[in-house]
Design a protein around this ligand. Structure first.
Ligand SMILES: CC(C)(COP(=O)(O)OP(=O)(O)OC[C@H]1O[C@@H](n2cnc3c(N)ncnc32)[C@H](O)[C@@H]1OP(=O)(O)O)[C@@H](O)C(=O)NCCC(=O)NCCS
Length: 218
């Protein structure tokens, strides 16, 4: 088994595994077409942490997504791929009205604000000078998933370790992540040295545990 960067040819297999392993998760509700666009957009945007684990036959057995500077990454992703992602989402919503209603209720206002800001920034062609960063650089892991047939064999650990190494090279001081409390991932992250910081509730009412990993202490 080895861990390597996720490439375009991995996207179909990564999406299949994502839908299989995290089928109740937010992204999975929008189907394989939207997810493929999302995976491609994520990976192509600078600052992405996007890794796969493959077995000796180059079959994909694990995926990790994250970002070394999440806010910058998501802004750049929306700037470059936002229209394509929104179109895919709209097409899906047209044929799945229940999901569309849920999306509008839980995230509609936030997404509209984001698009408005994006349009404003495009019109202004921002001339702002970048500020000097004095805060710790905080990266994020958003998804880790391993093929159920090979869980418990060190693949998740290898993916997270590779992401930590990549984040460290990118100058990240801390990594954060959230995970649902009812999933066994809690013990996995604790075993890997992550610190449980507490819980939180998302805008759509889901409960999550918050974890943090300090890169300079290890
Ligand atoms: C959580 C997940 C990524 C772990 O990957 P994995 O390859 O099975 O885990 P590893 O074999 O690398 O385990 C690493 C360590 O964590 C421990 N661990 C893993 N899962 C555990 C569990 N459910 N309970 C207790 N310890 C666990 C292992 O014992 C191992 O410790 P050790 O090396 O000291 O023996 C994988 O089980 C998975 O995909 N789960 C479903 C999706 C998910 O929950 N993702 C996280 C939320 S996004």
């Amino acid at each position: 088994m080895k861990v390597r960067p996720l490439v375009d040819d991995d996207v179909a297999a990564a999406v299949r595994l994502h839908l299989q392993v995290l089928n109740m998760e937010f992204l999975s509700r929008f189907g394989p077409s939207f997810m493929s666009t999302y995976y491609r957009a994520w990976r192509e945007t600078p600052g992405a942490l996007s890794l796969v684990a493959v077995d000796d036959n180059d079959v994909l057995v694990g995926v990790l997504l994250g970002a070394s500077a999440p806010a910058t990454h998501v802004r750049a992703m929306v700037r470059t791929h936002g229209v394509r992602l929104a179109t895919r989402l709209a097409l899906y919503a047209l044929t799945h009205p229940r999901i569309a209603r849920e999306l509008i209720v839980t995230r509609g206002r936030r997404y509209a604000r984001g698009l408005w800001r994006l349009l404003g920034a495009r019109l202004r062609r921002s001339t702002a000078t970048p500020s000097v960063q004095v805060e710790p650089v905080v990266g994020e892991i958003t998804h880790v998933l391993v093929d159920p047939h090979v869980q418990g064999q060190g693949i998740g650990r290898a993916l997270v370790t590779a992401a930590i190494d990549q984040a460290r090279v990118s100058g990240v001081d801390e990594l954060v992540l959230v995970t649902p409390p009812d999933m066994t991932a809690r013990h996995f992250y604790e075993r890997l040295g992550w610190q449980l910081e507490g819980d939180m509730r998302s805008r759509s009412g889901e409960e999550f545990l918050r974890f943090r990993y300090f890169l300079n202490e290890h």
